[in-house]
Design a protein around this ligand. Structure first.
Ligand SMILES: NC(=O)c1ccc[n+]([C@@H]2O[C@H](COP(=O)([O-])OP(=O)(O)OC[C@H]3O[C@@H](n4cnc5c(N)ncnc54)[C@H](O)[C@@H]3O)[C@@H](O)[C@H]2O)c1
Length: 272
């Protein structure tokens, strides 16, 4: 499993949002492989936005079973990061069931694509509320537990769209720029409690999100390559496991002085 040799999380508890599949699943399994008990949170139903299907309850239960197969405790949580009550209940369940929280990975997000003048209020609202406000909301709800941890770690999964713009993703770009700002602001405010806050900015990652968006836009794999991979210097789609490797480094003792940082895993796209 990616990066598990880097870090020993025995006795610690992690919470991963959007953990039913894709990158979130990969992160949850690596955390379990490194010795953590893992709460896996996902909305587990399709929404009006995006048009592509989201993870299911069966997906989430399968991830929880894989965490248990690593010999760790798993807590599947069906919750919506857009809903404060749902997020607060999920964090309360982490405390009552697993007893503490040391690592929070804010990974849940959705995407749609259109010129900004064609975006509906619903598309704008869904993307900003999930991808930006959801990160604030979940970290807020988890902050008391994280501040109590002897080595609290928060990692937001952003995007290269958090530091540059790409056409036809204005709402996603605005939300992910906001995640970069939150990373810095939260790092400052949590430093006194020894909690680090960092972000990973992936390029194009092979996941159901990328496939769902391509399908929605009627793109072929070749189109996807031309549209989203052409500016990655290494010209290859990134695997979830490769993003997980960066996460595990950020959770390792080697990164204990790294906070407020945004780490791109983007095949060099931001070098342009
Ligand atoms: N796939 C890419 O090319 C790519 C590129 C850059 C950044 N990212 C980012 O990586 C992260 C993971 O994305 P992925 O590629 O694994 O996509 P994905 O669609 O496979 O996974 C996202 C997960 O979030 C869940 N989710 C969506 N809305 C939710 C809500 N309101 N509450 C709780 N859970 C919700 C979904 O059910 C799904 O399981 C996201 O933050 C995404 O923006 C992805």
């Amino acid at each position: 499993m990616a990066g598990t040799g880097l870090v020993d999380l025995s006795g610690q508890v992690a919470l991963v949002t959007g953990a039913g599949r894709g990158q979130g699943r990969s992160h949850a399994l690596a955390l379990a492989g490194a010795g953590a008990d893992v709460a896996v949170l996902d909305v587990c139903r399709d929404l009006d936005v995006p048009a592509y299907p989201l993870a299911t309850r069966a997906d989430l239960d399968a991830v929880a079973a894989e965490v248990r197969a690593c010999g760790r405790r798993a807590l599947p949580l069906v919750a919506d990061v857009r809903d404060p009550a749902s997020v607060e209940a999920a964090v309360a369940a982490v405390e009552s069931t697993l007893g503490r929280l040391d690592v929070l990975v804010n990974n849940a997000a959705v995407v749609t694509s259109a010129p900004f003048w064609e975006l509906s209020e619903q598309q704008w609202g869904a993307v900003v509320d999930t991808n930006l406000s959801g990160v604030w909301r979940t970290t807020k709800a988890a902050s008391a537990l994280l501040r109590r941890s002897p080595r609290g770690r928060v990692v937001h999964i952003g995007s290269t769209g958090g530091v540059r713009a790409v056409p036809e993703f204005a709402h996603y770009v605005a939300a992910k720029h906001g995640v970069v700002g939150l990373t810095r602001a939260m790092a400052i405010e949590l430093a006194a409690d020894g909690v680090t806050v960092n972000a990973i900015l992936p390029g194009a990652v092979d996941s159901p999100m990328l496939a769902g968006l391509a399908d929605e836009l009627g793109l072929t794999p070749d189109d996807v390559h031309k549209r989203w991979l052409h500016d990655q210097l290494l010209m290859q789609v990134i695997t979830p496991d490769e993003v997980t490797g960066a996460l595990m480094w950020l959770l390792s003792d080697s990164a204990r002085h790294v906070t407020g940082h945004c780490l791109a895993v983007d095949g060099g796209a931001l070098a342009r």
